[in-house]
Each structure stands twice: as C-alpha cells, then as structure tokens.
Design a protein around this ligand. Structure first.
Ligand code: PEP
Ligand code: MN
Length: 359
C-alpha cells in the first residue's frame, strides 16, 4: 500500500523530531454560520492543525438533528478563508464526496457507521478515483479489524495515498464508563500490519464525556499515535449533537498543554541498557506464566477424563461462580485490577471448557 506521510497533508514538518500530535478540532456538527465561525476562530490560539465540522450527521435514532447539509459547506469555506486552516468533514456517500470537493473541503473522513458497510466504502472510493485528497478511515463501530483494514484498502485502491486511520472506539451492549470501548489492542494490531499508516485517536467519541478526553488523549500519546480529533464547541452545553463530549476551545487549549508528549525511542545508552534488562526479566516471567498455565490445563484434562468416566457434565455452575468470585478478590490483594483478573479467568474458563469437552 502506498502511504504518504502526515506532514505531506499539511505541508509542515515536526520540529526537531518532536512528536507533537496533529490536532483536528471543531464542532461535532456545523449548526449555524455564527457557531461555526466563532468556534473555529477561537481555536486558532490552541495550536491546532485542521478544523473539523460534521455537515451530514448519521444519527442512531430518527428525528434528531441530521446536519445542516450543503449550506454548511459554504460556511466552512468562508471559515477556512478567515481562519487559514485546512478543513475536514465526514462523507457517507458519493454525493457527499462530490459536494465536499465542490466546496473545497481539504480532508475527508469516513465515519464509523460507514466503515462497517463495504458497499458504502466502495461507493466513496469510486467517487474519489483520480482525486488527490487526504482520507481518514474511522474504525467500524463493531470490533472487527478486517473490516477496518478492508475500508482502508478500498480507499487506497482508488489511488488515495494520503491515508490515515482513526480510532474512535467500539460499541457494545455492555454498559461501561466509555461511550465506545477503546479496545486499544485492535488499533495496535492495525498499526503493526500497516506501520506507515498515520493513526489518530478520537477521545471525544471513545469517552462520550468531557472528563475522559484528557486521560484518553494521554493514553493515545503514550501509545505513539500521530494525531487527535477532539470535538470542540463555543457553547458545548447547548450543542445540537454530542453536547456532553464537546469542550470549549479554551478547555481544548488546556488539554493540549497538559498532554505529556513522549518519544518512542532514545539514543541514551544507560536508558536502553536498563530497558533491555527489565524486558528480559519480563520475558522470563512470561515464560513462567505459560508454564503455569500449561500445568493448569493438564489438570483440566485430568478432570475432563474423570468427569467423562463418571458421566458428569463438563460445566458445573457452582464451581465456576466460586472461581469467578474468588480470583478477582485474590488478585485485588496482589494489586491486580479486579476487571483484569475477571477477564483473564473468563478466557481461562473458555479454554478449560473447550479442553474438557474435547476429551
Ligand atoms: C463524528 O466524528 O462526528 C462522528 C459521527 O463520528 P463516528 O463516525 O466516529 O461516530
Ligand atoms: Mn460527534
């Protein structure tokens, strides 16, 4: 896949190798000409790189605000002239692409609800053939790495080289503190498959709440993401969409100042030696963990055979309730997060059932 650098989008180099994130900010939706202009103007002091605004809004339920449509593109073009920053918006079909190009939007993104649908992504890709414009592909709403990768491949297949992925979390039936569960591992796997592909994080849609933006953005920086997309509104409480997750331009400025930007590597010999030493200890412990797990599973095989000979079912609910209740408590006493231990034992349980059922 032919992928251009993020610098080529905005025509500027990062100073002395420092990894300042490329920041996309602006309202969830363009609402009125005045709201768009005042928000974007107030953003110029925050050191952001790209303005965002939703023009067509995919809403979960009907009868909510579905975006202002083409008129918003006219406002956005004026705002761009006034503020002097490139603009980005979401496109969900060929007509959106055509209108966004007509009104000189600089960067397009494909929303999470579109990435799930290969027909939609292909329609957008076909409309983009022969156009040189950066395209950001948000992850699909469901945690499916292939679907995300497939979306990126379809856009690349249309000849787009200024490509990036955007991680906005995954929806689930389970209620968590996040609006969309981050599942960082999926984004990390994407990055390992396509190391050249710039990756953005959208802490606004992951968190769904203002207070979660800073910690999520910090996590993205710690994981070496290239950029952030943060929803910003001049009057967040009265926003027409996603009110609880938007921040004022002033708050965005503070968030960006509070972020600690770390370097992925260093030439410092002492640090590198120390890191290698700690890593080799971790390698040793990981091997021990696996040896212990293998010993556990061989006991599981024995139990499986024993149950089979005595015609007893593989699964006894009482036993597993006890395991699930005790292990997170044991773990907590050892300073391990309760949810982490619970998840770990869920995996171990699934494997134990599988082993016993195959005896
Ligand atoms: C958005 O960025 O406004 C948006 C609708 O995001 P997503 O596609 O991630 O839900
Ligand atoms: Mn939004």
């Amino acid at each position: 896949m032919n992928i251009s650098t993020l610098e080529s989008w905005i025509g500027k180099k990062q100073p002395n190798g420092d990894k300042k994130p490329v920041v996309i900010a602006g309202p969830c939706s363009a609402e009125t000409e005045d709201q768009l202009l005042t928000t974007c103007k107030a953003l110029t002091d925050s050191g952001i790189d790209i303005l965002r605004a939703g023009i067509w809004k995919p809403r979960t339920r009907p009868n909510s605000f579905e975006g202002v449509g083409e008129i918003g593109l006219k406002w956005f073009k004026e705002v761009k002239k006034e503020v002097g920053l490139p603009t980005a918006t979401e496109v969900a079909n060929a007509q959106h692409v055509e209108l966004a190009l007509k009104h000189e939007v600089d960067i397009l993104w494909i929303g999470a609800r579109s990435t799930v649908n290969p027909f939609t992504v292909q329609e957008i890709a076909d409309a983009l053939r022969g156009v040189d414009i950066p395209v950001i592909v948000k992850n699909p709403i469901n945690p499916d790495l292939s679907l995300w990768l497939g979306g990126i491949e379809r856009i690349a297949g249309a000849g787009i080289t200024k490509l990036a992925a955007l991680h906005r979390g995954f929806s689930s039936f389970e209620k968590t503190k996040y609006r969309n569960i981050p599942m960082w591992q999926i984004a990390i796997e994407l990055k390992s498959l396509l190391p050249e592909l710039p990756i953005f994080c959208d802490p606004s849609h992951i968190g769904g709440k203002r207070d979660l933006i800073l910690p999520l953005a910090q996590r993205a920086m710690d994981l070496n993401y290239d950029g952030l997309m943060i929803e910003t509104h001049i009057d967040p409480d009265n926003a027409w969409s996603d009110a609880s997750q938007q921040v004022t331009p002033l708050r965005l400025h503070e968030i960006l100042k509070e972020l600690q930007i770390k370097r992925p590597t260093t030439e410092n010999q002492e640090f590198n030696t120390q890191l290698d030493d700690l890593r080799s200890k971790i390698d040793g412990i990981d091997r021990e963990i696996l040896e212990i797990l293998a010993a556990r599973m061989s006991l599981v095989e024995k139990i499986g055979d024993y149950k089979k000979t005595n015609k007893i079912t593989v699964f006894q609910v009482d036993r597993w309730t006890k395991v699930f209740n005790t292990r997170p408590e044991w773990g907590e006493k050892m300073n391990l997060d309760k949810d982490f231990t619970a998840q770990l034992f869920k995996l171990i349980h699934d494997e134990s059932i599988k082993i016993q059922a195959s005896r």
